[in-house]
Design a protein around this ligand. Structure first.
Ligand code: DWN
Ligand code: SAH
Length: 403
């Protein structure tokens, strides 16, 4: 049943039994991993693409949540720019106030703090929330939902901006989120969120954007329908190139802001591209199977030739690739990553060991499969020595390729 409107959801792809994408077990504690059925479908009525099974939120977001948003220079720049835009365009009244849902390690709010503007991060994962608090960012360790939003409104007053990046698509209970926004948002304020875009996922075959945390794959059409249902207007959309292609949605109370032409234009484009057609989703499923087949065939061939193949970037996304395609330590012996919290652990489900990124230049493997393909440019530049020494990168979206 659709989490937005209650209608029937038509399943279009089943990845089978999958682990939690951001839980990296210790090597001797792999016996009690949590698994669920990762399947995705589209609502026959409101067209919202969503998972068919929901993982309890405390299993995913807790004190040990390992993802640090500030780990990428490009993302640091992206969010500094986002904050500057809010400071310039929205936070201009007397004593403005901005709330961020899913503020993680403070990657965006850092710039707001520097400007001396009143802010609050709402971040249930205690470890990353503490990191931002240590930098003097104001944050509460809790889930944003109707109740916590009402509490914030009572204590801090209305928010001029409520922002969320790569977080709203993680939250099945969107009804409660919108009731919370309704309670907290100033009459003329905006609710802005950015998330991976279904259009890019279909076009680039980035099937690894589908995992436990990504409960929704948004399109402009489905977000407009959801906003309307919960009593708001979708007033603007903007395409972003980060994380493999995203859309930033701007939502306001009805009639408070003009709706830009970009909204209708993107909805028309989605219709033309067949983003509501069954055949599009069938084709996507066929592409997933083809890519997995090609990738495993390549890895087997390289192994047979005696080549050393490693992974780079212990991403949440890679849980779907390794576990659905069946890639274990026999094909990829180690995954290198810069996140200390992931070191000495193993990848969820596949149990490939995770080690510090310095291993790439120290051990000079023949090939590295780039699981963090969304940071391709940044990583290729940083790890230039690997390529200069003859190492080659393997990517798998939109197709399997060696470079
Ligand atoms: O939506 C989400 C996004 C924003 O972040 C969350 N659900 C979880 C997470 O997803 P992810 O793990 O797929 O995100 P990234 O940003 O693709 O992860 C990059 C990984 O690669 C991190 O573990 C850090 C690592 N890395 C590295 O080893 N060297 C990253 C860079 C930039 C590097 O140079
Ligand atoms: N905004 C950051 C973090 C994205 S990761 C970025 O774009 O890089 C998703 C974050 O959402 C995690 O830090 C997780 O703890 C948080 N989250 C999940 N559910 C939430 C909720 N209901 N309210 C607030 N944050 C939530």
């Amino acid at each position: 049943m659709c989490r937005i409107c209650g209608s029937t959801v038509g399943e279009f792809f089943d990845f089978g039994r999958q682990p939690l994408s951001d839980t990296f077990p210790e090597p001797d504690r792999v016996d009690d991993e949590f698994f669920f059925r990762l399947a995705v479908g589209i609502c026959e009525s409101c067209a919202m693409v969503q998972l068919l099974e929901e993982v309890p939120r405390d299993r995913m977001f807790h004190d040990g949540y390992p993802y640090h948003s500030s780990g990428s220079a490009r993302m640091r720049e992206h969010f500094a720019g986002t904050a500057r835009r809010f400071l310039r365009e929205e936070l201009t009244a007397d004593d403005p106030f901005i709330v961020e849902i899913g503020s993680n390690d403070g990657v965006m709010l850092r710039t707001i703090r520097d400007a001396g503007v009143r802010h609050l991060g709402v971040e249930p994962s205690g470890g990353v929330a503490d990191l931002s608090r240590a930098e003097g960012i104001r944050v509460v360790t809790t889930f944003f939902e109707e109740e916590s939003a009402r509490r914030i409104r009572a204590e801090d007053g209305p928010a001029d901006v409520i922002f969320a990046a790569n977080t709203i698509c993680h939250i099945p209970y969107l009804d409660s989120i919108f009731r919370g926004v309704d309670a907290l948002l100033a009459p003329g304020g905006v609710f802005v969120f950015e998330d991976p875009y279904l259009g890019d996922i279909l076009e680039l075959n980035t099937f690894d954007q589908i995992y436990d945390e990504h409960f929704y794959l948004f399109s402009v059409n489905s977000v407009r329908a959801a906003a309307r249902r919960f009593g708001f207007d979708l007033v603007d959309v903007q395409r972003l190139s980060v994380h493999g292609g995203e859309v930033r949605y701007t939502i306001a109370r009805p009639g408070t802001r003009p709706v830009t032409a970009a909204v209708e234009a993107m909805i028309a484009e989605e219709r033309e591209r067949g983003m509501l057609d069954h055949t599009t989703f069938e084709q996507f499923g066929a592409n997933v199977k083809r890519i997995c087949g090609d990738l495993v065939e390549l890895l087997r061939r390289l192994r047979a030739e005696g080549k050393r193949v490693v992974g780079y970037g212990a991403t949440a996304k890679s849980a779907t690739v390794t576990n659905y395609c069946g890639i274990g330590p026999d094909l990829v012996e180690v995954v290198y990553d810069t996140t200390p919290a992931k070191h000495g652990r193993v990848m969820p489900g596949s149990h490939i060991p995770v080690r510090p990124a310095s291993g790439l230049t120290e051990t000079r493997p023949d090939y590295a499969i780039l699981f963090a393909w969304n940071h391709e440019e940044e990583i290729k530049q940083k790890e230039k020595a690997f390529h200069d020494a003859g190492g080659r990168w393997i990517t798998y979206v939109p197709d399997v390729r060696i470079s």
